[in-house]
Design a protein around this ligand. Structure first.
Ligand SMILES: [Zn+2]
Length: 146
């Protein structure tokens, strides 16, 4: 039995975006799971990556409500990354879990590495972080939507 769940692109249903440990669905993964707390001003639209266990889900890409924080950018199998968003045009996003609500500055949007559609996640940093430059992609926290 596989110890990972494969998440696919919600547009082409073929491309593997990321493989997450099944722990992502249990208590062990809870700290990394966030609900999207939407505010009226939020303009960004994220879509859900589809777990490959849902085989007949073809249809319009569904709007995302949850995010999972990955260890690093290198955990992804196939993603594209937008250029570094300037402070003034990058959005912010509010995410909540059992630990409370955190606000993140979105620096980069993630898209499918094959068809380039998205956004299926983002890279950013918590607002209030001491170093707000974060020009280096490796310094960001990455979240995938599902
Ligand atoms: Zn795709």
């Amino acid at each position: 039995m596989s110890s990972k769940t494969i998440y696919k692109c919600p547009f082409d249903y073929k491309t593997t975006i990321i493989q997450l440990p099944v722990d992502a669905d249990t208590e062990k993964g809870e700290k990394r799971r966030f609900n999207w707390v939407k505010k009226d001003a939020d303009e960004t639209r994220f879509v859900k990556c589809q777990p490959d266990t849902i085989v007949d889900a073809k249809g319009d890409a569904e709007e995302a409500h949850e995010f999972y924080q990955v260890d690093s950018f290198w955990d992804f199998d196939n993603v594209g990354v937008s250029r570094h968003a300037k402070t003034e045009d990058g959005g912010i996003i509010h995410l909540a879990n059992g630990q409370g609500t955190q606000t993140f500055k979105i620096c980069r949007y993630l898209t499918c590495g094959e068809c380039d559609k998205g956004a299926i996640g983002f890279g950013g940093y918590p607002i209030g972080d001491v170093d707000e430059n974060h020009q280096n992609a490796n310094d960001l926290s990455y979240f995938v939507s599902f």
